[in-house]
Design a binder for this molecule. Structure first.
Ligand SMILES: [Zn+2]
Ligand SMILES: [Zn+2]
Length: 386
């Protein structure tokens, strides 16, 4: 499958162009090709004189060609690789007219990318199609560079802190950490933080506490001083900057429900990760708004999954305060590792809505049933099965 790499700064530029007007508009893409992958290096908008009605694929509008001429002075290897344009009303497919225009373009170009953009609550979704002369168009995969990724981690307990550690080692460039709790020395037996992260001043003033998200931020900077980390030492309510994905590692069901609603509203993918009972079972839910069931879609009353539903039935449930269980740290790491893999998969459009993995012998993974007509997201979920 041919791919197109869109970095965060490029995406931000495209967003700015797309939201500068409310009608049909478009961007011209300049970039390079490496094997099957195109990289967008620069974009330009339609220019002041554009009519915003019809998009010209030929790239011969004065604005785009002047822009290209300037670009070539500093980056002579750049090519005009394609065009994206906005469709109204959620039509993500290229129209017949679009395809005819591409055909015209392919008289002079060997290959060309034509893509539809849909405005989506402050973000832009891309539907690029690759065309080579004499061949049918092929859908492209959109790749974002790992260093450009912004992931918000909600809940920095055992699972969340381990996951944040994995994400930084993987190369994620930007994290927002959310947790209202303070870091306590008792946390250490099942946390990536060790005694080195208890500030010496705490010995003099034992009542002086530090927010857990803040201390995890110190730890992440120790792993990679260049990673950009922000922390919110409060309960999850909203995020000032839109992340590419939310990793929800909160223990409380109420917090997970809040993250779920926020993500559906703002169209942000979420990978929820947690363990059941004495960490015998990892539950990893991937929510892609509009594509998968949401967090609230799954049945949680009754006996499934074993062994306990306390997380969902007891509002005061806090797994960090449950009695010590031998080997729990290892179980938490297994669950965090599966969640980490699910995040990488979600970023590459390989979606597995629900993973239920037993972390004890006999090991297994299963799928639990979905509620019919979920009150939170059922509008978008007609005909969906898992
Ligand atoms: Zn179109
Ligand atoms: Zn739902």
């Amino acid at each position: 499958m041919p791919s197109i790499k869109i970095s965060r700064p490029i995406e931000a530029k495209i967003r700015e162009i797309v939201y500068a007007c409310s009608v049909e508009t478009g961007v011209t893409l300049f970039g390079r090709k490496d094997g099957d992958t195109f990289e967008v290096v620069e974009v330009c908008g339609p220019g002041k004189n554009a009519t915003h009605q019809e998009l010209h694929y030929s790239g011969n509008s004065d604005h785009a060609s002047d822009f290209y001429t300037e670009l070539l002075k500093t980056q002579p290897d750049l090519k005009h690789i394609g065009e994206f344009h906005v469709h109204p009303c959620g039509m993500s497919r290229l129209s017949g007219g679009d395809r005819r225009t591409v055909k015209e373009v392919l008289r002079t170009y060997e290959e060309f990318i034509a893509g539809v953009m849909l405005r989506n609550k402050g973000g832009v979704d891309f539907y690029p199609v690759f065309f080579a002369r004499g061949q049918e168009g092929v859908d492209m995969r959109v790749i974002r560079d790992v260093h450009d990724l912004h992931i918000a981690v909600v809940g920095l307990g055992s699972g969340g802190s381990a996951l944040a550690d994995m994400l930084v080692r993987y190369g994620v460039g930007k994290l927002t950490l959310v947790d209202p709790d303070t870091f306590e020395p008792e946390n250490i037996k099942r946390h990536i933080l060790d005694t080195g992260y208890i500030p010496p001043i705490s010995k003099l003033f034992p009542r002086l506490k530090f927010n857990k998200a803040r201390v995890v931020m110190w730890r992440l900077h120790d792993i990679n001083p260049n990673v950009s980390v922000k922390f919110i030492g409060d309960k999850f309510s909203s995020l000032s900057e839109r992340p590419d994905l939310i990793a929800c590692c909160a223990d409380s069901d109420a917090c997970c429900q809040l993250v779920n609603q926020y993500a559906l509203e703002h169209h942000i993918p979420v990978v929820f990760g947690g363990v059941h009972g004495a960490a015998e079972m990892a539950e990893i839910i991937t929510l892609i708004p509009g594509e998968t069931p949401c967090y609230a879609c799954y049945e949680r009353d009754g006996s499934e999954p074993e062994p306990t539903q306390e997380k969902y039935t007891n509002p005061g449930y806090d797994s960090t305060r449950t009695p010590s269980q031998p080997g729990l740290w290892a179980d938490i790491l297994m669950a965090a590792s599966i969640q980490f893999r699910a995040i990488l998969d979600a970023l590459q459009d390989k979606i597995n809505p629900l993973i239920l993995a037993r972390l004890r012998f006999p090991y297994s993974a299963e799928v639990i049933r979905q509620k019919k007509g979920c009150a939170v997201c059922s509008d978008n979920m007609e005909g969906l099965s898992i």
